[in-house]
Design a protein around this ligand. Structure first.
Ligand SMILES: C[S@@+](CC[C@H](N)C(=O)[O-])C[C@H]1O[C@@H](n2cnc3c(N)ncnc32)[C@H](O)[C@@H]1O
Length: 353
């Protein structure tokens, strides 16, 4: 299969189960898929929601020709979604209820492409570029159910685009797909529902009575090889020191550094290694008595008082498996600030960087 044609179609059972998981206030009457390929997601929409008016676009002429024969009643067009002028004007496009989408995930070696959305220029992944363009084109009343690389939810590449869409919509992951879902491609994908309205943590995310805890994320920046050890200066805390500091409750045994870099903190914190899966015994609230320089492999969540730090520790531990799931990567597992802060918001820990 030629990779550049992106024919990684959604298996039927995956498409149906993705749409069955959607939480919608009413059943859509019109659904659109702007990269419809063989039409699997629109087929699933017809199976799950009853007969829906179906609009499909794809740049692959063969795919659209086959689909026209199989589904003569659908509104289908050949067009390149990322080049405005080649997309045919669609019938009553402003009346689309739900967008169903499994966009292309990659674009050769290019990590990011240029996107213009809502008059704003930004960079983002190819999947995000398709998503935003589709929202602009269809303005779906109920939002979208998309199959996307999970990085779309967390990556720094897509952060600006995500935040832009989040001013009117909220993202919710509703399922993880197994790596072998798409024949011929190994990719970590999720089913994501994007619904109108700003993100506010759901009842499921915040249990009754949980108040939001405020925290500051302090990301260390000093790499070990740039450190200049000295008897003077601030204690220098690397990820391999976290265990010692948690167990002794002190930074006394650390070496000091005279280098002043970003990522210094003091007071009530929870220290988190950026790289390497942590175990629960080191992710603990503790008080740093002196201003401490964090290495580039350490992230600190800093709290204004002991009660908040202890409460945050309990919340993280109560969802420990999910917290460890934030560490991803094919080599050494690592967590990113955006992945961490997004997840913390689901346990009612609001962060500022
Ligand atoms: C991963 S497949 C998904 C197809 C279908 N939505 C499904 O779930 O089975 C991606 C589709 O995007 C189409 N595509 C890729 N780039 C496109 C573009 N710029 N404009 C329109 N369609 C595009 C490909 O032809 C392919 O059919």
């Amino acid at each position: 299969m030629p990779i550049d044609m992106d024919r990684y179609y959604t298996p039927e059972r995956v498409a149906i189960s993705a749409l069955e998981r959607a939480n919608l206030p009413f059943s859509p009457i019109t659904c659109a898929d702007s990269t419809c390929g063989s039409g699997r997601l629109l087929d699933a929409a017809n199976a799950v929601f009853g007969s829906v008016r179906s609009i499909g676009i794809d740049r692959d002429e063969d795919a659209i020709s086959h689909l026209r024969l199989r589904r003569p009643d659908w509104f289908l067009s050949v067009g390149d979604l990322l080049h405005n002028d080649t997309v045919e004007v669609l019938p009553k496009r402003s009346c689309v209820d739900l967008l169903v989408l499994n966009p292309p995930f990659s674009h050769g070696n290019k990590k990011a492409v240029d996107i213009v959305f809502a008059g704003k220029s930004m960079k983002g992944s190819i999947a995000m570029a398709h998503l935003l363009r589709s929202f602009e084109l269809f303005q779906p009343k109920l939002g979208a159910i998309i199959i996307a690389p999970e990085s779309l939810l967390y990556s720094e590449t897509d952060q600006v685009a995500r935040q832009t869409l989040e001013s009117d919509y909220q993202f919710q992951k509703i399922a993880d797909l197994s790596r072998c879902t798409f024949s011929g491609a190994s990719v970590q994908a999720s089913v994501v529902q994007i619904s109108p309205g700003r993100h506010c943590p759901s009842q499921q995310e915040i249990r009754h009575g949980d108040a939001v805890i405020q925290a500051t994320i302090v990301r260390g920046s000093l790499s070990v090889h740039l450190n200049i050890s000295s008897v003077h200066g601030a204690p220098f805390l690397h990820s391999t020191d976290i265990r010692k500091v948690v167990f002794t409750g002190s930074t006394r045994d650390l070496s000091n550094t005279t280098v002043v870099a970003k990522g210094r903190t003091k007071g009530w914190v929870i220290l988190i290694p950026r790289v390497g899966l942590p175990d629960a015994s080191i992710v603990k609230a503790l008080k740093l008595e002196t201003m401490t320089q964090l290495s580039d492999c350490v992230i600190a969540l800093s709290f204004s008082n002991k009660a908040s730090a202890l409460k945050a520790e309990r919340r993280i531990h109560s969802r420990w498996t999910e917290f460890r799931g934030l560490y991803r990567g094919t080599g050494a597992r690592y967590v990113t600030i955006s992945r961490l802060s997004f997840w913390l918001s689901t346990v009612a820990i609001a962060t500022v960087a």
